[in-house]
Design a protein around this ligand. Structure first.
Ligand code: COA
Length: 341
């Protein structure tokens, strides 16, 4: 651990890991017999496929997260002992406690690191990244691993067409490091928001004590995700656009200054509507919902990693992350990319 003066924090590596199995839309109407169709799912959500963890083979949140973490460290060429802290965002922890971050810390043998989870649903990764930035900028830490990992297949009601087609499983990781003043990369400003009155529109009882302590037991299927999709949809578009505009204005920037936007991937129509409101050119917005669906905390780090793989980023590029999810939680974060991809 370093105790040096205020430092600059930047992302120095990215990685992703998905379970092997791929589920196509037809699985829901052909195999499960749900009243849905290829046409409905594609046109209303943009989703074509999603990865599905094989829970029995041990593909769970910690193992997916650990694999993404290992790949991030490998791509940076450092060992797990170089990591000071691990922050993992998820809504599908392996256990009530200890945290999934602790399980990852053990699995990757990051002996020096302390580890904790962040619960902010789809916004979890950006919340976690903000915390990592502060830890590094304060001079307390040199290297923080930030992971977004979710195994949504474990908490979806496979008889509920309103939710089960929307999500996928996966994990993404980034390494946040202290870098010198003249480094082209920097994690910058953010605007993060919460509104807990949104809990009734997107929530899950399972894992929380409310399910046990309420006099009236909750609806059957308390284990699963409940969502009022229409309300979430409308708010997602409005809040995403608002918070991005607010952050740009505060920084004296316009959308023209942004080289790449990486939004949360919940629905192609949410991305397109927010994009139109902000007048963002389509080629400057990452879209991965088609192949990976909504992987909750993993959508942004996995999409960022794909941008790296596709050589879409240059040293000094301005990147905007934008997110909306359960809570409600939402926010935007600006960063300068640190290296040519
Ligand atoms: N197949 C066929 N029909 C479906 C369906 C499916 N998989 N899922 C829902 N429908 C039906 C609804 O039951 C409804 O039928 P009704 O009119 O007879 O009641 C109809 O489609 C239209 O429902 P509506 O909610 O208006 O559809 P929509 O265009 O808003 O799309 C969502 C539904 C869920 C895809 C959309 O609201 C959404 O993406 N919301 C955001 C959700 C999200 O991803 N949140 C995660 C965290 S950000």
């Amino acid at each position: 651990m370093s105790t040096s003066a205020r430092a600059r924090a930047a992302i120095t590596a990215t990685a992703r890991h998905f379970p092997e199995a791929v589920v196509e839309n037809r699985y829901f109407y052909e195999t499960l017999g749900l009243d849905t169709s290829e046409e409905w799912i594609r046109s209303r959500t943009g989703i074509r496929t999603r990865h599905r963890a094989d829970h029995k083979k041990g593909e769970i949140t910690s193992t997916l997260g650990a694999e993404a973490a290992r790949k991030a460290l490998e791509s940076r060429g450092i060992g797990a002992d170089d990591v000071d802290c691990i922050i993992l965002a998820t809504v599908t922890p392996d256990l009530g406690f200890p945290s999934t971050a602790c399980l990852v810390q053990d699995q990757i043998s990051a002996h020096r690191a302390w580890a904790f989870d962040v619960s902010a649903a789809c916004s979890g990764f950006v919340y976690a990244l903000a915390q990592a930035t502060s830890l590094v900028e304060s001079g307390r830490h040199q290297r923080v691993l930030v992971i977004g990992a979710d195994v949504m297949s474990a908490i979806l009601d496979q008889e509920d067409r309103n939710t089960c087609v929307l999500f996928g499983d996966g994990a993404g990781a980034v390494l946040v490091e202290a870098v010198p003043e003249d480094h082209p990369g920097a994690l910058g400003q953010w605007r993060l928001r919460s509104d807990g009155s949104g809990a009734e529109h997107l929530f899950r009882y399972g894992g929380g004590i409310l399910e046990r302590v309420r006099e009236e037991p909750p609806e059957p299927k308390g284990w699963y995700v409940h969502q009022d999709g229409r309300t979430v949809f409308k708010l997602a578009v409005t809040r995403l656009a608002e918070v991005v505009q607010e952050l740009l204005a505060a920084e004296g920037l316009t959308v023209g200054d942004i080289d790449l936007t990486v939004p949360h991937q919940a629905n192609i129509r949410i991305i397109e509507a927010a994009r139109d409101k902000l007048r963002l050119p389509p080629e400057k917005v990452m879209v991965t919902i088609g192949q990976w669906a909504n992987t909750t905390a993993a959508t942004i780090p996995t999409s960022l990693d794909l941008a790296v793989e596709q050589h879409r980023l240059r040293a000094g590029d301005r990147v905007m992350l934008a997110t909306f999810g359960g809570g409600f939680t939402w926010g935007a974060m600006l960063l300068r990319w640190g290296y040519d991809t």
